[in-house]
Design a protein around this ligand. Structure first.
Ligand code: FAD
Length: 382
């Protein structure tokens, strides 16, 4: 049986970042990246808002807050170093009513607690100077929020990883993980159903929507551990080109649907497109259904029309849908934190689980990768 030092499972943005950073840190170690699809980045990472978040939405001390704040700067640096198109566009978090206005104060305090000092409160006149075509009562301005060309980012992470010796292999689905002396035996199966095995010292589980299934392969009782993933669908509608220029920044209502609120984000991409979304509703588990009903445009307009008054139903067309890898939360609670865990307490030394890496996972990818590397340092340096 062939033997490598580390196997990273899943070539989305998190697995690519993990393979890349591990290879940069330990160029002498063998890092194998196993991906079930024909190439990298065809699942969650291909269906994001492409926003580099500042980190103001997440509870202080959480992985999401800490890794977003550090990950944002690491991502901007990576994009600059490796010619990935990005823009520090800035985000307006808007209040549409008194309840949301009170939320702005909480968010500004939370931003400060998370170490984001550049968020400022804007009165309507100042908002109108930045965004004359939107309607709101007040806003926070977050200048460090931005957008990135995700396709190029994924390609660069793969290229840089290869340059430092990481070995991505596609169309290989991990189907079994067994403990063996000094590490693990990983079984993988190709598209024709042929299986093979490889031994490794360490595993990084970055399998996105399949991360709970991979954890189960290692013998973890996922329900007991709180690792079960629920698919939460989000849809996007794009705005007609002639109206895309009427908005210049990212516009996020203070209370957004993804966090159990009522607003829908307004996002721009590197091509200048304006899109609305994602909304949020749970999908039947195990199903991958990316269909969008054009009739949902009316529901989007009912929400977004209150802050983008220039929009009409004919301006909207169905764009993409995506599935979030959500961990179970009590009804009405905000999404859970990421699971980033070196499973030593489950007697799985060298096995790092990255589970429930939903938004802001794109922003955090390099920080998550570095943290996984820190967790594996005693084994890889030893
Ligand atoms: C609607 C939506 C919008 C988002 N917008 C943003 C945003 O604007 N900004 C932001 O910071 N974050 C955003 N996110 C979050 C971000 O997209 C995710 O955190 C990130 O893409 C997760 O990457 P990943 O590599 O963990 O997962 P994925 O990209 O899903 O990759 C996992 C990979 O693992 C592979 N895999 C699974 N099982 C196996 C197996 N058994 N064997 C081999 N391979 C396997 C899959 O094929 C897949 O390629 C958004 C998420 C969603 C759903």
């Amino acid at each position: 049986m062939d033997q490598v030092d580390v196997i990273v499972i899943g070539a989305g943005v998190v697995g690519l970042a993990a393979a890349c950073r591990l290879a940069q840190r330990w160029p002498e170690k063998s890092i194998l990246l196993l991906e079930k699809n024909r190439t990298f980045g065809l699942e969650m990472s291909a269906r994001t808002s492409e926003v580099i978040h500042s980190g103001l939405y997440y509870p202080p001390g959480s992985f999401k807050a800490r890794l977003c704040v550090s990950g944002k700067e690491k991502l901007y640096d990576f994009c600059t170093s490796w010619q990935v198109p990005y823009q520090r566009l800035g985000k307006l978090v808007i209040a549409r009513n008194d309840e949301e206005a009170a939320k702005l104060d909480q968010l500004q305090e939370q931003a400060l607690a998370n170490g984001i000092a550049d968020v400022t409160k804007l009165e309507p006149v100042a908002v109108a100077r930045l965004e004359p075509n939107i309607s709101c009562q007040a806003a926070l301005f977050s200048p460090s929020s931005g957008i990135v060309d995700t396709r190029t980012l994924l390609a660069r992470l793969e290229q840089v990883g290869r340059k430092y010796g990481a070995m991505p292999v596609y169309q290989q689905t991990v189907t079994g993980i067994a403990r063996m002396t000094g590490g693990y035996c990983v079984t993988y199966t190709d598209a024709s159903g042929r299986s093979d095995e490889v031994g490794c010292r360490c595993i990084v589980n970055a399998a996105g929507l399949g991360a709970d299934a991979v954890a189960a392969m290692a013998g973890i009782a996922v329900d007991q551990a709180g690792y079960r993933i629920y698919r939460c669908k989000g849809e996007y509608f794009s705005v007609a080109n002639e109206k895309a220029g009427l908005v210049s920044h990212l516009i996020f209502p203070a209370s957004i649907r993804e966090l159990k609120g009522s607003g829908i984000p307004v996002i721009k991409d590197m091509g200048g497109r304006l899109r609305l979304g994602p909304d949020a509703h749970y999908a039947a588990n195990g199903l991958t259904d990316y269909r969008i009903s054009p009739a949902n445009a009316r529901q989007f307009l009912a929400v977004v029309g209150s802050y983008l008054p220039f929009l009409e139903e004919d301006d909207l067309s169905a764009d993409i849908a995506a599935l979030r890898c959500r961990l179970l939360v009590a009804c009405g609670s905000p999404p859970r934190d990421f699971v980033i865990c070196h499973e030593t307490e489950r007697d799985l030394p060298g096995f790092v689980n990255l589970i429930g890496i939903e938004s802001p996972g794109l922003t955090c990818c390099l920080s998550i990768a570095d943290l996984a590397g820190d967790m594996l340092t005693p084994l890889l340096d030893g």
